[in-house]
Design a protein around this ligand. Structure first.
Ligand code: FE2
Length: 439
């Protein structure tokens, strides 16, 4: 008898996926344990918090939940919708002539900080600049130079300080354009990338030498697009194939080398690096996605692609059998051979030792109703390179008290008791991505 109810109410309107009704501000939050005094900055995390029912989890209005940490105290919590132009006065992503309106934005996917600007991102629009106390400044187009949407997953090279990203979503070729901002935030590269169609390209990969694009078989579907503005207009296409495209950073307008792989879908790349004339990508891979609907019935696991640039081959390997999502690394090693990655598992965070091929889990309760974490980000203790000298932080939802904490876990004692739990004044709905932004 509950079948009909389950069919009509999608998961993203129930439990801790459901939106919260309003915006709160609270100061000097209660803490269990001790917040490391080295942590001075803002933990900001984005996610959908629709004001009205949407057809897809990915399309709700973006809301940012932030905690300010300062000298061992949790100075404040705030949650704010991103006040984009289409939040205030809704208008569609596409104009009647098929061109895009890049100011139409739910701004619900990620937050990055680069060259002194904090940007709320969604892949279908321009970034929206926000302040670190979550006021919306406005759409940001790199001084008029960006005439494209911006992926929610830019990569900041730790060596050069450049921000690499791409845009896609045009209904005409080029379907993808690669962009690069230098360390000062100046947009310096806009290079068209040759893919066959408008595919859903959520993420990409960076090494010290290359950028790598994933041209995968989840393709724009006009029927779905016409049916609803608030659904995701993409479906699996058996005829499309799947390939990885390698572009040399030193020759951004040069040729792309494409490598066929087994059809699959990847939302998120944990990391990539270049070693011995091979490129290694560590990704969370779905064997298939969105064949008949935009739902999430299939599990994804950690996977490794090794592109041998000399032989022209790709080796594909499953690294683990746990179902995970939202992989992150110590971002100071983005594009370099990071040893560790952390992902969200089932009622747990999974910490992979990628060198040894093993993982440990931090479980949030062992009973039938465990707490559930969101994406974890790494906050280093100091300027050293040690990936274990620092903390992971994540919002964790406790269904028993219907509340959330900011949980801080010592990276060198991952399975141990969290060093601190900051009790938040309300639950934080499951969302997408965030970052730790230091002072
Ligand atoms: Fe994402």
């Amino acid at each position: 008898m509950t079948q009909a109810t389950e069919t009509v109410i999608p998961f993203f309107r129930t439990g801790n996926y459901a939106p919260v009704p309003d915006e709160l501000t609270d100061f000097d939050l209660p803490v269990e344990g001790s917040i490391p005094p080295e942590l001075n900055g803002w933990y900001l995390r984005n996610g959908p918090n629709p004001r009205q029912a949407t057809q897809h989890w990915f399309t709700g209005d973006g809301m940012i939940h932030g905690v300010r940490l300062e000298n061992g105290r949790a100075a404040w919590y705030r949650n704010r919708w991103v006040r984009t132009e289409s939040f205030e006065h809704p208008f569609p992503l596409y104009n009647p002539d098929g061109t895009r309106n890049l100011h139409a934005s739910a701004a619900n996917t990620h937050i990055v900080s680069h060259a002194g600007k904090t940007l709320a991102l969604i892949e279908s629009s321009l970034p929206y600049e926000i302040t670190n106390d979550l006021e919306t400044v406005g759409a940001y187009d790199f001084g008029g130079k960006l005439v494209d949407s911006m992926t929610a997953h830019p990569k900041i090279c730790p060596t050069t300080g450049e921000m690499h990203f791409f845009g896609y979503g045009s209904l005409t070729s080029p379907y993808v354009t690669y962009h690069r901002a230098d360390a000062s935030g100046e947009l310096v590269i806009n290079a068209p990338i040759d893919v066959k169609a408008h595919t859903m390209m959520h993420d990409f990969a960076l090494t010290a030498e290359h950028v790598i694009f994933m041209d995968l078989p989840v393709v724009f579907n006009l029927d779905v697009a016409l049916r609803s503005e608030s659904d995701m207009p993409y479906r699996w296409d058996d005829s499309y194939g799947a390939r990885l495209g390698v572009l040399r950073r030193a020759d951004p307008y040069g040729p792309i080398r494409w490598f066929d792989i087994e059809p699959c879908y990847v939302f998120h790349v944990a990391n990539a690096y270049y070693k011995g004339n091979s490129i290694v990508l560590q990704v969370v891979r779905y064997p298939e996605l969105w064949r008949d609907s935009g739902g999430f019935g299939v599990d994804a696991v950690m996977w490794r692609w090794t592109i041998d640039l000399e032989r022209g081959t790709v080796t594909e390997e499953q690294l683990d059998d746990r179902s995970v999502e939202f992989p992150r690394i110590d971002d100071r090693l983005a594009g370099l051979p990071a040893r560790y990655a952390v992902s969200v598992g089932s009622g747990s965070l999974v910490h992979y030792d990628l060198d040894r091929g093993i993982a440990e889990e931090h479980r949030f309760g062992i009973d039938v109703n465990p707490s559930t974490p969101g994406e974890a980000v790494f906050a280093p203790a100091d300027s050293g390179a040690d990936e274990l000298a620092g903390w992971y932080m994540a919002y964790v939802y406790d269904p028993v008290r219907d509340g959330s904490d900011l949980v801080i876990i010592d990276a060198s004692d991952f399975e141990g008791k969290p060093v601190a739990r900051v009790e938040l004044p309300r639950r934080v709905p499951h969302g997408f991505h965030g970052n730790w932004i230091t002072d």
